[in-house]
Design a protein around this ligand. Structure first.
Ligand SMILES: [Zn+2]
Length: 80
């Protein structure tokens, strides 16, 4: 695990080299989220359930799928 800079209520975009700070209610920065296929985005929103799904296995699985899809789209080695 590498330490990444962090501000309260924000985290760094989880996509490899990206250093964009994003609000905790968002998974990743806008440009990277735009690369997530729409059905996968829907899965994330569905599992998030307006915040009620935070910490659930369902949300974690959807988030990992979304992050992996961006890694594939960018041709990056997977880190998740
Ligand atoms: Zn990003």
């Amino acid at each position: 695990m590498t330490a990444r800079p962090r501000r309260p209520g924000q985290h760094v975009c989880p996509i490899g080299p990206c250093t964009t700070q994003v609000a905790d209610r968002l998974l990743m920065c806008g440009p990277h989220w735009a690369k997530v296929p729409v059905p996968v985005q829907r899965d994330v929103y569905a599992a998030y359930r307006g915040g009620a799904g935070l910490g659930s296995d369902e949300l974690l699985a959807a988030q990992v799928a979304a992050i992996r899809s961006v890694y594939r789209a960018l041709g990056l080695a997977e880190e998740v």
